[in-house]
Design a protein around this ligand. Structure first.
Ligand code: T46
Length: 140
């Protein structure tokens, strides 16, 4: 998928496996079975102060699954033309963000955890952090 041509329609919320247990549920995620990419890196955002916003950038190659492993938050997606907001609030839903999508994360509930399964290692050169540069990248 060419990052220049992706749209917010390519970003979908997907169901993750859920194993019910009276003592507490489990969601196992198996790379290349439950995801359309191999997991190269896992990280999580936590201790996000109330009112804080994360993201504010796009990636050229990286794709991700975002999971509200605890609490809730909103993800605003922008493809240079259209915008949509996805609320994540269950640990068995994941938002697939494809390359070439500007994202902002906000409205974090107290104690929330944003788990990220990523297709690539951290590389600053993969980021587009300037919205004008992003619009040029999308040729809009
Ligand atoms: C996204 C949201 C959900 C590293 O050194 N290694 C890493 O793996 C990461 C993710 C970050 N960093 C450093 C780079 C920056 O100096 O941590 C600092 C903040 O990183 P970033 O601007 O990526 O942070 P967020 O929380 O705004 O964004 C991250 C992801 O990059 C992004 O793709 O969707 O989490």
């Amino acid at each position: 998928m060419e990052a220049e041509k992706t749209s917010i329609e390519n970003c979908q919320v997907v169901d993750l496996p859920k194993i019910h247990n009276p003592a507490g549920n489990i969601t196992p995620i198996i790379g290349e079975v439950d995801l359309p990419f191999a997991i190269e890196r896992v990280y999580y955002l936590y201790d996000v102060p109330g009112g804080e916003t994360r993201g504010g950038h796009a990636h050229k190659h990286l794709q991700q699954y975002l999971v509200a492993a605890g609490g809730s938050f909103d993800v605003v997606l922008f493809d240079g033309k259209d915008k949509k907001t996805i609320s994540l609030n269950r640990p068995y839903f994941a938002l697939h963000i494809v390359p070439g999508i500007w994202r902002e994360l906000k409205n974090f509930s107290s104690g929330s955890i944003c788990l990220v399964l990523a297709s690539h290692k951290y590389e600053e050169s993969d980021y587009i952090r300037d919205i004008h540069e992003f619009r040029n990248f999308k040729k809009l």
